[in-house]
Design a protein around this ligand. Structure first.
Ligand code: UT7
Length: 332
């Protein structure tokens, strides 16, 4: 019997309407458009505005879109994994909330916390469930409402992050298309450079933690940048080596959108021209777990059956990695 692979068979995405431009940020903190563009590649990011709206409210339209495109009902979903670091609540899992909102009453699910690598980790986990033969429809979501944990008086972080969600459907395939291989890594000592100090069991929320602004993202940008350039490029290179691939074999690099300079360095190491690199950081900024599925959502029509694409990410944890996917369908 041919081996089962987990094919991506549909994609959905959602970004909020509100555009937080560099010009608006100039009125909020001591920054300027030229600095932001040249250091990060970002022009604007989308922000989820409105009382009572959370990460699940972006994931829901993304998942409903992929169901509609594939012609399936949410009732058919077996499992939903949500990569996020901005869950609606500490518990229950946002995956459970998404399933409730879309009526996926036959699904089980869980959240996976791997920061900017959240989608890659979740995709690899979801693919293993499909490969086991026990599950036929697994939805993998990458979604983050970063504006909920960004300090809009801290110019070193508020210029980077945005809100958004993307999702893919995984189904069994026997024609060798799908998630073919992953190189995934982590190094917990990286927590010192990128974390949220309070709100967990180490430092529960208190008047003091709020006064000290410890419920926001802390990032020491330079060490994260250095580790990201090396980590993302090394993982992608290792993946290519062990699958005997050269830059010519790869149709697209789908990189996490944290900083255009990190993306350029990864593409260079993979020997890929810029035309083969999906880039939407200028429009959406860094949506953490959302970046990679949002790229797949935007580029879906340009992806063709049999295309080899490499997804690569680096983020808090540290977590990082690269995944090789052979695309399973032509969207037209
Ligand atoms: O996705 C999760 C993983 N995260 C990442 O991959 C992010 C990795 N890090 C980065 O992308 C970059 O480190 C940043 C974009 C965060 C910062 O860029 P940088 O080139 O590393 O700048 P820097 O932190 O070294 O700061 C350079 C200068 C400093 O001024 P002085 O000390 O040289 O006078 C900063 O105070 O730029 C200043 N600066 C700013 N100036 C204008 C920092 N933020 C800003 C700002 N506007 N927003």
């Amino acid at each position: 019997m041919p081996a089962i692979t987990a094919a991506i068979t549909s994609v959905g995405g959602y970004v909020p309407e509100y555009r937080l431009t560099n010009a608006i940020l100039e009125t909020m903190v001591d920054t300027n458009d030229e600095w932001i563009k040249s250091r990060t590649g970002i022009d604007e990011r989308r922000i989820l505005k409105g009382e009572g709206l959370a990460t699940s409210d972006m994931a829901v339209p993304a998942v409903l879109e992929l169901c509609q495109k594939r012609g399936i009902s949410p009732l058919e979903i077996d499992c939903l994994i949500c990569g996020t670091v901005t869950p609606d609540m500490i518990f229950p899992a946002t995956a459970n909330i998404i399933c409730d909102k879309i009526g996926a009453v036959n699904a089980w699910g869980f959240d996976l916390s791997a920061a900017c690598s959240g989608f890659l980790y979740s995709l690899t986990t979801g693919a293993a469930l499909i490969e086991s033969g026990r599950y036929k429809k697994v939805v993998v979501v990458g979604a983050d409402k970063m504006s909920a944990i960004v300090d809009y008086t801290d110019r070193s972080t508020c210029i980077i992050f945005g809100d958004g969600a993307g999702a893919v459907l995984l189904e069994p395939s026997t024609d060798e298309n799908g998630v073919l291989d992953s190189v995934l890594k982590s190094d917990g000592s990286g927590k010192n450079y990128l974390h949220m100090k309070a709100g967990g069991s180490l430092k529960p929320a208190s008047a003091e933690t709020i006064a000290a602004k410890e419920h926001y993202i802390f990032q020491d940008g330079q060490p994260v940048f250095k580790a990201a350039v090396k980590g993302m490029a090394d993982a992608a290179y290792e993946l290519m080596q062990r699958n005997n691939l050269t830059g010519d074999d790869i149709v697209w690099l789908v990189p996490h959108q944290a900083n255009k300079r990190i993306i350029d360095a990864t593409a260079k190491r993979m020997d890929l021209p810029s035309e083969k690199v999906m880039l939407n950081i200028q429009k959406f900024g860094n949506t953490t777990a959302g970046t990679i599925p949002l790229c797949l959502w935007e580029w879906e029509k340009q992806l063709h059956k049999g295309d080899k694409i490499v997804l690569a990410a680096f983020g808090g944890g540290f977590t990082w990695g690269a995944t090789l996917v052979q695309w399973a369908y032509d969207s037209e």
